[in-house]
Design a protein around this ligand. Sequence first.
Ligand code: BGC
Length: 472
Amino acid sequence: MSGFRYRPEVLDGISEHEIAYLKEYEDWFLLESDDLKKITDHFVKELEKGLTKEGGNIPMNITWVMGFPSGHETGRVLTIDMGGTNLRVCDVCLSSRKRDFEQTQRKFKLPDEVKTGTNLQLWDFIADRLEFFLHEHHQGGQNGGIIPLAFTFSFPVDQKSIKSGVLQRWTKNFNVSGVEGEDIIPQLQAAFQRKNLPVRIVALINDTTGTLIASHYRDPQVKIGSIFSTGCNAAYMEEIKLIPKLKDAGLPENAKVIINTEYGAFDNDRKVLPLTPFDRKIDSESVRPGTQIYEKMVSGLYIGEMLRLILVTLHEQGRLFKGQDISRLRNENALEASFLSVAEMDVSEGLDDMREEFEESLSLSPEVYELRICRYLIGLVATRAARLYACGIAAICKKKNIRRCHVGVDGSVFNKYSGFKGRAAQGLRDIFDWPPDELELIALNTAEDGSGVGAALAAALILEGEQKAKPL
Ligand code: BGC
């Protein structure tokens, strides 16, 4: 009889005695339904706290996007998306036919030195890539005029309007000097001016807001937009009357606004999340210790590092890769989320793809039983991430009393890590006690184009508003 609570097939044939030490990992990483329910209930309280004047761990940022597009928006908008890994420039043309658009886009890798350099380097890098894109795809402004641009900035900003935003703090291990505490829009617009680019920034939006808008545009049952990628976050539409921090803003009580929750910061004060020694190490060695605690347990930037720390520990205890040179494994961030995904997709008897990954990425040649142990650990790390991810979505639904909806989810981990979506869906089922034969009432669906079409739609809404406000 196994003392393991979860012992997948991959461990069959390995005697329990040999791997008894793994039970500790099971205790650390396995989250039962009751654990998820407890975390979700605390999450709901923290979402509410973030809407008060005093605030809490979760920023609950006001986006100033006060409605969904009708689908009849028209016009041409440039968009720039600065995510965790890439910079994506798009030229979006919204057609007069309902829900129809065309877009041209180009992706550029954001070099590490730009992520940790100075503000001038960052904004000039962006202006430079935009100039390149304009030369390649766009002959200049419409009728030689200025082109409106929507900037998707996937970091927490405090906004007084949709055209401005003070960076609260860098996340995802970015560390560009001269930006925190500053309004980023004048800085970026100045970089465009230095190059005489014919563009005007009309909207600053978060990637989750873009995802919500773009997904709702395609499917009105979408009530939450979420990203599960390098970082993790979600946005939803809130009623102004339920936002105490907007009480004196003079907005109509019946109006609504999209809230960018920035819930990666959930439980920064460490009340409910079951932190392991590995989570503590990841946090203490990160660029901003003490921040984004939930995100550091869940998102793509950290799950590879989590596995790496576990493997190094097991090697040092003489359990794995005996007598092998693990110097490459010792390099910080040597493993990316894709490593875990490739390993979990390997269904071969000898785990051949997994072995190849170990050889190529780490110059290690594990025995089959070692590969099987690694597979088990990967399952634990990835399942915990997916189940914790479900808590954030469940918390928004509970807070808003949503029993049935679609959630638009974008991001490389969600879209490319097979098995991730199913695990997150099972997490929701466990939290809400849906019977196994009942369909998922809250369905996590793949979203697309948040930073392109979503951002362009947000800009088109703003431009429409400006047009209406113009004196005749
Ligand atoms: C950022 C969010 C963003 C999320 C996903 C987090 O680190 O703070 O603004 O939405 O990553 O990209």
